[in-house]
Design a protein around this ligand. Structure first.
Ligand code: PEP
Ligand code: MN
Length: 266
């Protein structure tokens, strides 16, 4: 496979000096109060660099909460004004991109259910032509490395050089302890093929339950992944989406305190 991507280092666009980039925030923005309260506590930990929140939610089946929509962009900007966090949202079509850009969102990401569809990724790429914004591309839900690389190529082809991959695990028919099997080899192969590509890990969607998050996070750091996206919520048990896997800001702080940063030690 011949890969020819023009990728900037993470330090060019992410507010991180040494140690992993920590992106956190709720799975979904639910109310202004929920988002602001979560953001405030995340800020107080002193360990988070970027605030995330989903406002357009790709739900597997209809009839569930599908995201608060564009009003969430206003809440995110309020949280940004108060905490100073750069803000990140998932975009799944050209309209999302336009609305996120109009709201001056700092970082975009493409979700696993969008990465699987080259038409969707191309539509997003086309909407990003001529724009200088970081874009993170989650792996597709199925373990297809070419599809992941193809999405990175499409985004890079639109001129986006501030680009990262997020490893969030892969859907599997077999029931295991994980919601999405990590299949670490795929992320390792991606790193081998594109050594300059920053790769982050999303333990929340791999694990599906908060108890496993420290273990998967540590494994990702041991594999030299450059950051973690971990879902946090002011009151995870009553979260409107992904209640089992979100952690409180205090729990997040403890997880981060528990990391063994092998590179820093040597
Ligand atoms: C999310 O980050 O909340 C999300 C929907 O993730 P994924 O695309 O990995 O399922
Ligand atoms: Mn989620």
């Amino acid at each position: 496979m011949k890969l020819n991507l023009n990728i900037e280092p993470l330090s060019n666009w992410a507010p991180v000096s040494n140690g992993p980039l920590i992106i956190s925030g709720p799975c979904s923005a639910e109310t202004e109060e929920q988002l602001l309260a979560t953001a405030r506590l995340l800020k107080q930990t002193g360990k988070v660099h970027v605030l995330r929140a989903g406002i357009w939610k790709p739900r597997t089946r209809p009839g569930e909460f599908e995201g608060i929509g564009a009003v969430g962009l206003e809440w995110l900007n309020k949280a940004k004004a108060e905490t100073g966090f750069p803000i990140a949202v998932e975009v799944a079509n050209a309209k999302h991109v336009e609305e996120a850009l109009a709201a001056k969102v700092d970082i975009l990401w493409i979700g696993a259910r969008s990465t699987v569809n080259p038409f969707t990724v191309q539509e997003i790429a086309d909407a990003l032509k001529g724009v200088d914004i970081p874009v993170m591309v989650k792996n597709p839900i199925n373990p297809d490395l070419s599809l992941w690389i193809g999405a990175l190529e499409r985004i890079n082809g639109a001129g986006i050089t501030k680009i990262a991959a997020i490893h969030r695990g892969f859907s599997s028919f077999e029931k295991t302890a994980f919601r999405n099997e990590p299949m670490w080899d795929l992320a390792i192969n991606l790193k081998t093929l594109l050594p300059e590509l920053p790769i982050l890990n999303d333990p929340s969607h791999i694990c599906g339950s908060r108890e496993l998050i420290p273990f998967i996070s540590q494994k990702a750091l041991d594999l030299d992944m450059q950051g973690l996206m971990i879902e946090a919520h002011i009151d995870p048990t009553v979260a409107w989406t992904d209640a089992k896997q979100q952690v409180t800001p205090a729990a997040l702080s403890e997880i981060i305190d528990g990391f063994i940063l092998r590179k820093a030690e040597s």
